[in-house]
Write a protein that binds this ligand. Structure first.
Ligand code: SF4
Ligand code: F3S
Length: 109
């Protein structure tokens, strides 16, 4: 099992999740964060910290977000580690309520 960052993070990247993770799980791309499934210890503390409610246990993923299991695993190997919170993307609060935004991730991934 692992925890998975889903579409709601795209173009927000609040990074509150990074500041609470007890191990080094998160990897950062231009518009999204992912969790390395090999590093995640399934503690769940990142879930309530995300203002966009983007993080789910793999087993609890909504059906339309299941593809993010593979996306997290792939991009965790491509993107650098992030170990400290930083400012969200400038338009994060506007993008937090946008539902259909995963195509922006694929443009930059
Ligand atoms: Fe880190 Fe725990 Fe979240 Fe996994 S579930 S990414 S170990 S805070
Ligand atoms: Fe993304 Fe939420 Fe973390 S928006 S960067 S998963 S706090």
């Amino acid at each position: 099992m692992t925890f998975v960052v889903t579409e709601a993070c795209v173009r927000c990247k609040y990074t509150d999740c990074v500041s609470v993770c007890p191990v080094e799980c998160f990897h950062e791309g231009p518009e999204f964060l992912v969790i390395d499934p090999a590093a995640c210890i399934d503690c769940g503390v990142c879930v309530p910290e995300c203002p966009a409610e983007a993080i789910f246990a793999e087993e609890d993923l909504p059906a339309d977000q299941v593809e993010f299991v593979a996306i997290n695993a792939r991009l965790a190997n491509e993107w650098p580690l992030i170990t400290a919170a930083r400012d969200p993307l400038p338009d994060a609060d506007e993008w937090a309520n946008v539902k259909d935004k995963k195509h922006y991730l694929f443009e930059s991934a």
